[in-house]
Design a protein around this ligand. Structure first.
Ligand code: F6R
Length: 611
């Protein structure tokens, strides 16, 4: 995954690079490094471990340059080590490169370079890039800037795979080239300065004006100028876009961790995602989604495709769309969808959900769906992200930057947006009007109900203290409560490293109940009035076998159970937005009890831009 950052301007680059890298650590933290231009020469400093280790690395004190690039690594090719850290240089130390992505044909390129006399010191795929640039540069008949630019485009024309690259050259101490293909990269615009980053939040404190590069677009930068061009060196005109996120959104603002802050931001993020899309006593408004009644009547299948938490939001979306629009919906993991031969035609509507908008599998699935003739809708939290550029329509969740690796506020914002999409389509179709009207009203109550849920954390904290040493837990639910059970279980695994499984409550008897014995923890979600009796029977079955229970509910339970977390009543279709919060908090408090790094759980990165 990796994060990259860059600066070209008149300030010292080092603090900007280190600050940006520490904000990008959620993308990987196996090693880190920077390269700056010092007295017209590239100097690199790298270190195994985190950005805080890099800050203390030998030579860092002497770094004063005003132009530089940086990298924080999530190892793919080659173990975490200093040699495998970026920036990588060519054999003659003339070019420095940082890379996010994977070069799929690097082995062939390496052979090609070895046959041309080049040697390698790392096991990475990236090291071929500076050497290829050197190869083309040394063979080139071009002069001036074009010589550098052409060497880079010729190199990229040989690369297969994904890459966001920042490149420095000794011969061009006042310039930097960046390019992206299937990996994220944004350029922040300042006064006679530019900030480059894998994501917007990492540089949001410096600027709010951003150039967004499309695939295969290059930027050649000096302090006071920027030129964009494609891989055929044809110039491209680009306007910077103003991003409305505020800089504080990327800070902890008094919370101990980003995850806790983001859990507490859910009332605001839901309010902002609703915005003016749903208002009292009027029809929904989704101007970015141009759907006609004729088209929707022709749709015979909707696919919702996503990964991880976004896919779990998709399960709730399925119930919402099927209930309101009467169209069958299938939810699928993008990594599966992209490699099978899904039956898709022009009567298929495909909805892709991705917080980052950069998840490699989701992007590939989207490209496949388009290729097969489906209409596509992207639901993303990041303006200008890759899926938003690929899809026919994009609808944004307005959750603000999500920094913690474990997704919380993006999930609930995705569900509310899916609810609005379902309402909107049902309104166009002119069906289920009573249900739609009710749901519109219930959606508007959500922000204050979330605040209510967040007031009662003591019982959750106390339960976390009781169970944090356990090794296995079970989550159960029916209908949308099962979708929430899946998400609660994922949160727990991710940040507490406790093994957990989620089952539809009714499935327990078909096998998993064999695992229930004295003192096992079973977490249950119960918000569907029509299924309450049945769900209670399932809970009784585990209690009889000695389980301790943690129940999240908005129903009156006529039985006494271990820990019961009461949440406000709402329409069952959107109840996951409230019922997931105690589960997010439970995972959070358990992780804290265990003394773990909540925001950066082991082995995980925030956006999975590789397969
Ligand atoms: C879990 C989590 C992941 C992401 C998944 C998709 O907390 O964050 O499961 O949901 O990697 O990411 P996006 O939504 O960026 O495509």
């Amino acid at each position: 995954m990796c994060g990259i950052v860059g600066y070209i301007g008149r300030k010292e680059a080092k603090p900007i690079l280190l600050n940006g890298l520490s904000r990008l650590e959620y993308r990987g933290y196996d090693s880190a490094g920077i390269a700056t231009i010092e007295s017209d020469k590239i100097v690199t400093i790298k270190s195994l471990g985190r950005v805080s280790d890099l800050e203390k690395a030998t030579g860092m004190d002497a770094i004063k340059g005003t132009l530089g690039i940086g990298h924080t690594r999530w190892a793919t090719h080659g173990k975490p080590s200093k040699e495998n850290s970026h920036p990588h240089m060519d054999n003659s130390n003339s070019f420095a490169v940082v890379h996010n992505g994977i070069i799929e044909n690097y082995a062939n390129l390496k052979d090609f370079l070895i046959n041309n006399g080049y040697t390698f010191i790392s096991q990475t795929d990236t090291e071929v890039i500076p050497n290829l640039i050197h190869f083309h540069y040394s063979q080139s008949n071009e002069t001036g800037n074009k010589k550098f630019i052409k060497a880079v485009t010729d190199t990229c024309n040989m690369l297969k795979g994904s890459y966001a690259l920042e490149i420095l050259a000794n011969d061009f101490p006042d310039n930097m080239i960046v390019v992206r293909k299937d990996s994220p990269l944004v350029i922040g615009k300042g006064q006679d300065e530019k900030y480059i980053s894998s994501d917007i939040p990492a540089i949001l404190s410096f600027t709010k004006d951003f150039y967004l590069l499309n695939d295969n677009e290059f930027a050649f930068m000096s302090r006071d100028n920027i030129e964009f061009f494609d891989k055929g060196l044809r110039p491209i005109q680009k306007q910077a876009q103003n991003i409305t996120w505020n800089a504080g959104a990327a800070e902890k603002e008094g919370f101990e961790d980003f995850m806790l802050k983001e859990i507490h931001e859910q009332s605001k993020s839901i309010r902002e995602t609703i915005g003016s899309r749903i208002q009292e006593n009027s029809l929904s408004s989704l101007p970015d989604l141009e759907m006609t009644k004729e088209y929707l009547e022709s749709v015979n299948k909707i696919f919702i495709i996503a990964c991880g938490t976004a896919m779990h939001a998709g399960y709730v979306g399925k119930t919402l769309i099927e209930s309101l629009c009467n169209i069958p919906v299938e939810v699928e993991a993008a990594s599966e969808f992209r490699y099978r031969n899904p039956i898709i035609n022009d009567k298929t509507l495909c909805l892709f959900i991705s917080q980052s908008g950069e998840t490699a599998d989701t992007i590939a699935a989207l490209k496949l769906a388009r290729f097969k003739g489906a209409r596509t809708i992207a639901v993303s939290n990041v303006i200008g992200s890759s899926i938003s550029r690929e899809a026919d329509y994009t609808l944004y969740t307005h959750a603000g930057p999500e920094i913690a690796v474990a997704s919380t506020k993006a999930y609930t914002a995705q569900i509310v947006l899916l609810a609005i999409i379902a309402i909107h389509c049902a309104e166009i179709l002119g069906i289920n009007q009573e249900k739609v009207q009710e749901l519109r009203n219930d959606i508007l109550l959500l922000p204050s109900q979330i605040e209510e849920v967040l007031k009662n954390t003591n019982d959750i904290k106390a339960f976390a203290q009781r169970v944090y040493k356990e090794e296995d837990m079970f989550f159960i639910g029916r209908g949308v409560d099962y979708a929430v059970a899946l998400e609660g279980s994922l949160k727990l695994k991710e940040i507490s490293y406790i093994h957990s499984e989620a089952y539809p409550s009714g499935e327990l008897k078909h096998g998993p109940i064999a695992l229930i014995e004295n003192d096992v923890t079973v977490i249950s979600v119960l918000t569907d009035r029509l299924l309450t009796e049945k769900a209670i029977s399932n809970i009784q079955e585990v209690v009889t076998r000695g389980a301790k229970t943690f129940i999240v509910t908005n129903q009156e339970l006529n039985h006494s159970f271990d820990t019961v977390i009461n949440i406000p009543k709402t329409n069952v279709l959107i109840s996951p937005i409230l019922s997931v919060i105690p589960l997010q908090l439970l995972a959070y408090y358990i992780s804290k009890e265990k003394g773990l790094d909540v925001d950066k759980p082991r082995n995980l990165a925030k956006s999975v831009t590789v397969e």
